[in-house]
Design a protein around this ligand. Structure first.
Ligand code: SF4
Length: 428
């Protein structure tokens, strides 16, 4: 290898017009992020300040707690709170006091805002500052919004990470921070790859434990592993850190270009890069190839939901041979996904935001082979004869980096295979 693989600006969709729509949209709220964040951050507690609806959403989505002690809960705002008849701050302080005295293992406490707490303008930032001062240094109290007002479900993680970036200790050390929650096994694979490339020190956000949290300053460089981290990106930049732009590490190509961008930043030689990545790249290519047979020439339509849509469309079109008809994303953060947009072959309609009735009309007219959408739309679309993939599964399943490239392709191939089998059965 004479040089490290380089992102090459192609024709792509960079100059393509973006259809911006504002209307009824079908998404989950940011509280959903707690489901994977509480598993990742083992000394954290997420205290949602919300209604019974918020508590039900969390309880049913997160299922039965498998831990000895739960890592999330809801401080329910009662009618008197909503009517402004009680001092909610006092009640919240008492709730936090009860929780922390019972749970000395909690080192990071997140006060998570919701629609009701925002509607009554409960100032959780003030509460977090007050409680942080009270419980420091053992417990750090932070706040973010998980509200469903004008948000989408992955923004909960973005808001949580952005809140943490604002509180990180300052440093002058040159460090790489990788931001975005990954399953532990995938995170370990990534750290191994970076370590084998000789890149370090590397810190991750969110860290599994409070004392492993990164520090930040003007010598920090950061890479993102999730395309929905627009606010986190902005928070790092505010702290003086510099982003390493790259396509996202989905599939063989995305992973190689993501690693290559970091390798170049840290002066890794082309030979070393080849030595470390050749075998997993070949494995990933083989795995994708064996699965993508069923995806080739199939047409895919993305409804906006997870904010992973653009990098996934890039993966499906360039590595699996699919054709993208529409790639809808709730928000398009150009500073974060521009390289994926540039790699996306021209053709699909790019859309930002949603007017669901109009988008449904476009989907019915296009009759895609596969529709990637939120849970609320999947069943009705299946009933209308469209084959669907739940976007939320892509956030809960390990899909990043080389070893998961085949699994990522398989997630999209499975519904098409199932549809094929059902047709066969019906024909017999
Ligand atoms: S935050 Fe808002 S959208 Fe989410 S569960 Fe609570 S009330 Fe519903």
């Amino acid at each position: 290898m004479s040089e490290i693989p380089r992102f090459r600006k192609g024709k792509g969709c960079s100059g393509a017009p973006v259809l911006k729509q504002r209307g009824q949209h079908e998404v989950f709220c940011g509280l959903t992020g707690i489901i994977w964040l509480h598993r990742k951050m083992q000394d954290a507690f997420f205290l949602v300040v919300g209604s019974r609806t918020c508590a039900h959403l969390l309880q049913s989505a997160a299922g039965v707690m498998i831990f000895a002690e739960p890592r999330f809960g809801t401080a329910i705002l009662e009618e008197q709170d909503l009517a402004g008849l009680t001092d909610s701050h006092e009640a919240l302080d008492a709730e936090v006091q009860r929780l922390l005295s019972r749970r000395p293992d909690i080192r990071r406490l997140f006060l998570v805002g919701s629609c009701p707490s925002e509607v009554i303008k409960l100032d959780l930032a003030r509460a977090a500052r007050r409680l942080s001062a009270q419980y420091a240094p053992h417990v750090q109290v932070m706040n973010y919004s998980g509200s469903g007002i004008e948000t989408t479900f992955t923004q909960g993680e973005d808001a949580c990470l952005a809140a943490m970036v604002a509180e990180l200790s300052a440093t002058e050390t040159r460090e790489l921070v990788v931001a975005g929650a990954l399953p532990d096994v995938v995170e370990d694979q990534m750290l191994d790859l970076l370590d084998n490339l000789g890149i370090g020190p590397v810190r991750v956000l969110p860290a599994r434990a409070a004392d492993k949290a990164p520090t930040v300053g003007r010598n920090t460089v950061f890479a993102l592993v999730q395309p929905f981290l627009g606010d986190t990106h902005a928070a790092f930049v505010r702290r003086g850190a510099r982003h390493i732009p790259a396509p996202f590490p989905f599939g063989e190509e995305g992973t190689t270009l993501w690693l290559a961008a970091i390798a170049r930043e840290f002066g890794v030689s082309p030979e070393r890069f080849e030595e470390v990545t050749a075998a997993p790249r070949a494995r990933a290519r083989r795995a994708v190839m064996s699965i993508s047979e069923g995806l080739r020439d199939k047409r895919v339509f993305f409804f906006p939901d997870s904010q992973l849509e653009i990098p996934l469309a890039r993966f499906l079109t360039r590595e699996c041979g699919m054709e993208a008809l529409e790639v809808g994303a709730p928000y398009i953060y150009r500073s974060v996904v521009e390289q994926d947009i540039e790699l996306l072959p021209p053709g699909p309609r790019l859309s930002e935001g949603q007017d669901v009735e109009k988008q449904l009309d476009r989907a019915f007219e296009a009759r895609p082979d596969l529709t990637v959408c939120g849970l609320g739309l999947a069943n009705p679309l299946e009933a209308c004869g469209l084959t669907t993939k739940w976007a939320i599964e892509l956030v809960f399943t390990p899909v990043h980096f080389y070893e998961q490239a085949g699994d990522l392709a398989a997630l999209f191939a499975r519904p098409l295979r199932r549809k094929g089998l059902l047709r066969l059965e019906a024909a017999e």
